[in-house]
Write a new protein. Sequence first.
Length: 195
Amino acid sequence: KSLYSHYRWMPELTIPMAHHIAKDMDLHEDEKVLDFGCAKGFTVKALRLLGYKAYGVDVSEYAISQIEENTRRWCGVIKPQEPLVCAEGGYDWILCKDILEHIPYDKIDEQLKVLCNGGKRVMAMIPLGDGKKYIIDSYELDKSHFIREDVHWWQDRFEKAGFDVDMLTNCMGPYKKNWQFEPEGNCLIIASRSE
């Protein structure tokens, strides 16, 4: 059974979230943003409705096939660790919302290098753990989660991949309202490709 089967378009949640993403990125309308791990493309759709050049990729052919036609043309299937290609010359931003923990430990460094080569800046939202389990127990329910590390581990991975970490915080603001009971359970990273 697909993990995407209960995903549905909820504009009352997704459009405000996309607004906050664009605001926190200081995204300009002429900049291109890639939703890496876009699933059914809801964030891409919301960012497009707000006037931004949003694109999406996902490893799930099923998820991409479920994207409505008007949004699907901006999205595509990607293989794990496949280089990111943008017909318009590269991405200004890459959004990684709740996706990096799904990548196996032995592939995360390679994937972060691919992200660094494919975009100038990245915004990542990641659930945190202690190396063995997640701080928020509910995250253990998703069997496709692999990485259960702390914020320092993630910072090291980003820097090793060629990013300068501009911001690293556990304050998730509007992004994880349901998980605020555990303030150390998630992190938000904004990083720029080192020049």
